[in-house]
Ligand binder design. Structure first.
Ligand SMILES: Nc1ncnc2c1ncn2[C@@H]1O[C@H](COP(=O)(O)OP(=O)(O)O)[C@@H](O)[C@H]1O
Ligand SMILES: [Mg+2]
Length: 256
């Protein structure tokens, strides 16, 4: 079931032994509604991963609280799925075994989970690879498998840190469409980190714009595009106008 996410006065300072502490994220308030697709965009070093890792419970906050539903986040949650930039598949397990591993560890692996895993692998074009090993697959195929792995346990929250940025443009767009399809099939609250503005606009209900030094959530913008969003949207002028508006907000000196 999709659940909301609530950040109150959340900041992060990294204490370093050598230099002065680094303020990676200034005090942030943000409320995401259950089932929302929310993206964070901004330049390298603006605190996107820091924010995502705190929501994931992988990194403690310096100030403030994060709640997912009614749970205060102090450690990783079983009901939160995470996808990183590079697929973290185990190379000695098959694609299907990788996808089923979290459920196996959690003790929730049953025939329904297996059926869903196979269905999703088919849906993203990996049905024929389920008994193959990750090193035999392209980067795009491995990332598809990592996304399926994050979804089969039906997490209420899905956190994705630049999941498509290591992929070529064509694969990236295909995976954006596959992610949309899976998210529609199984509604969940998504926080999606990217530095690709068009990607954020295409996918999201709202986009959070961040700036660096110190990392700050500058603005949250509604994306006024109907769903379902289909590939032809990418070449339509109203789509480009929204992308341009956000680009100008990130860099006011950039008029196009
Ligand atoms: N473990 C860490 N220790 C010290 N500084 C860090 C650490 N992780 C990130 N930072 C710093 O915090 C800032 C934000 O980093 P990060 O969240 O990775 O940004 P982004 O994901 O937007 O590129 C950067 O200045 C980065 O150098
Ligand atoms: Mg990052």
């Amino acid at each position: 079931m999709a659940v909301g996410i609530d950040l109150k006065d959340v900041s992060k300072t990294y204490e370093t032994s050598k230099s002065t502490p680094i303020l990676a994220l200034t005090n942030t308030d943000l409320t995401l509604r259950p089932g929302e697709f929310f993206s964070l965009v901004g330049p390298s070093g603006c605190g996107k991963s820091t924010l995502l890792n705190m929501i994931a419970g992988l990194l403690p906050t310096s100030t403030g609280d994060i709640h997912i539903g009614s749970d205060k986040i102090v450690k990783p949650q079983r009901s939160t799925g995470i996808v990183f930039q590079h697929a973290t598949l185990l190379r000695w397990l098959t694609v299907l075994e990788n996808v089923l591993l979290p459920s196996k560890i959690a003790g929730t692996l049953d025939s329904k989970t297996r059926a869903l895993a196979e269905q999703y692998l088919e849906l993203v074009g990996l049905g024929h690879t389920k008994h193959r090993y990750p090193p035999e697959l392209s980067g795009g195929m491995q990332q598809r498998a990592a996304i399926v792995r994050s979804l089969v346990s039906n997490p209420g929250v899905l956190l994705m840190d630049e999941p498509f940025s290591a992929l070529d443009e064509f694969t990236r767009e295909t995976l954006q469409d596959e992610l949309m399809r899976l998210w529609t099939d199984q509604p969940k609250t998504v926080v999606f980190v990217t530095h690709n503005i068009a990607e954020a606009v295409y996918l999201s209900d709202r986009v959070g714009i961040m700036s660096a030094r110190p990392g700050k959530l500058e603005a949250v913008v509604d994306i006024p595009l109907d769903r379902p969003r289909l590939p032809e949207l990418r070449s339509q002028s109203h789509f480009y106008e929204i992308v341009g508006d956000i680009r100008r907000q990130i860099d006011p000196g950039n008029s196009k």
